[in-house]
Design a protein around this ligand. Structure first.
Ligand SMILES: Nc1ncnc2c1ncn2[C@@H]1O[C@H](COP(=O)(O)OP(=O)(O)OP(=O)(O)O)[C@@H](O)[C@H]1O
Length: 236
């Protein structure tokens, strides 16, 4: 379980995130939505201890993320290309992550067989460095890298962006499959309301750094969110 407690982040004098209390229980699939600059990546970066909070804390299974390292074994994440290592091939990168997460090369090879279809013949044995892959293929490497070792919590920042429509569908199936069969917790940010409401059982909306909606997904959610965001157009 991820717990957020009186968390804020201030840059210079600007408060870009302020969330009093928020919990993401084990096994939930949560979609984080909000306009550009709302604070989604900031929240992920705080959860992953990539930046220091200005106040408050994040804990994962009661461990404060900025005070221990244990939680790192439970979390796989892909936020952006800085998570990749450009001068490695995808295979080398996957083995590297496997080693960090206690997986042998053979384990990783076996695991990667599940994603032959997802990779669409362009990632493995392509004899290319990650830096030479297309944006979409880099994203595929990052997403699958986050899954190596089957972490309990998977955090993906805008995973659908840059993916072709077929891969977006494969990714939705993958998320559904992992959350149902492996009880994985997914925390996903996206600007695509349709994809998000389709795969996430809970939607959290952030606006200007503040939590404005926290809803269980229902058949009305997509329409409600579209209404919410079109209302924002008239507010701004
Ligand atoms: N290092 C930084 N210094 C100053 N301001 C920052 C820094 N990093 C982020 N911000 C600001 O924090 C706010 C939230 O940014 P964040 O990237 O979290 O938004 P987001 O919801 O992920 O946006 P997007 O949908 O555009 O990716 C923005 O106003 C951004 O300019």
């Amino acid at each position: 379980m991820i717990t957020i407690n009186n968390l804020s982040k201030v840059y210079e004098t600007k408060k870009v995130l302020s969330i009093e209390n928020l919990e993401f229980p084990k096994g939930q699939t949560i979609g984080l939505v909000g306009n550009n600059g709302a604070g989604k990546t900031t929240l992920f970066s705080l959860i992953l201890d990539l930046i220091e909070p200005s106040s408050g804390f994040v804990s994962i299974d009661q461990e404060k993320v900025n005070e221990s390292e244990q939680w790192k074994n439970k979390v796989g994440a892909f936020i952006d290309e800085t998570f990749l290592i450009g001068y490695l091939t995808p295979e080398e990168y996957f083995y590297f992550l496997g080693e960090l997460r206690g997986q042998s090369k053979a384990n990783v090879d076996e695991f990667l067989k599940n994603f032959t279809d997802f990779f669409n013949g362009e990632i493995l044995n392509a004899k290319k460095y990650i830096r030479d892959l297309s944006k979409g293929n880099m994203k595929k490497v990052g997403i699958i890298g986050a899954l190596i070792g089957t972490p309990a919590i998977i955090i993906l920042d805008e995973p659908f962006a840059n993916l072709d429509p077929s891969t977006q569908i494969k990714l939705k199936n993958l998320i559904r499959d992992w959350s149902q069969n492996l009880d994985s917790t997914f925390l996903i940010s996206s600007h695509d309301l349709a994809h998000t409401t389709e795969v996430c059982e809970r939607i959290v909306v952030i606006n200007k750094g503040e939590l404005v909606r926290d809803i269980q997904t229902s058949p009305e959610t997509l329409r409600d969110l579209e209404q919410y965001f079109s209302d924002q157009v008239s507010v701004n």
